[in-house]
Design a protein. Structure first.
Length: 204
């Protein structure tokens, strides 16, 4: 299932395409109307075409913003994938009663879960409140996933070297995300020589 930003991107591109088509149709209608000398109607159609064109540009810009968010979520997915080899379970784009979806959930073997909100560069107090809400919801509604509790995490993709607690939320850059989750969950990274792939290479 595509992530929420990716769904937004596709929906906005569809709207941009529809409105752009209406703009072209208005122009095509204005040409024969102007040829018949109906200048007032032709001018109205051209103004309508301009309005549709501006609206199409607006939706295209919003689609571009959603694409950036979707790419950031893809980067977080790849960073979290390293944890699966260590027994972690991952879920992405989980629906919940709040706005949008929960970007990612990482469940540690120790019984801790993390709800992860992805931001590309900046965030607001509302974003921190939202991820706290997702952690509270997960603790209440998916208790079997987080028998030791759920912790809120906000990952800032374009930062580096960031790891701090802010308003009860772990704010971390993507380069520190897996390590920060391991520390918070009380797990350790599996040494390379203990990984299944390494054992297969050793026994060949």
């Amino acid at each position: 299932m595509p992530s929420y930003p990716r769904q937004q991107q596709y929906a906005r591109l569809a709207r941009a395409g529809l409105v752009s088509t209406l703009s072209v149709v208005a122009v095509l209608l204005a040409v024969p109307v102007a040829a018949r000398g109906e200048t007032t109607l032709a001018a109205a159609l051209l103004l309508t075409a301009v309005g549709f064109g501006l609206r199409s540009r607006h939706w295209a810009r919003l689609a571009a913003r959603a694409r950036v968010g979707a790419r950031s979520e893809d980067q977080v997915h790849r960073a979290l994938a390293r944890l699966e080899a260590e027994g972690w379970r991952l879920h992405h784009s989980l629906p919940w009663p709040g706005r949008g979806d929960i970007d990612s959930i990482a469940i540690a073997p120790t019984g801790f879960a993390f709800t992860i909100e992805t931001k590309t560069r900046t965030y607001t107090p509302d974003h921190l409140a939202r991820v706290r809400g997702t952690a509270a919801w997960l603790t209440k509604r998916r208790r079997r996933w987080c028998r030791n509790g759920a912790l809120p995490v906000l990952c800032v993709v374009c930062e580096r070297g960031c790891e701090r607690v802010e308003a009860g939320v772990l704010v971390v850059s993507i380069d520190r995300l897996p390590a920060a989750l391991r520390t918070a969950a009380g797990t350790r990274q599996r040494p390379p020589f203990l990984s299944p792939a390494s054992r297969r290479r050793t026994t060949v």
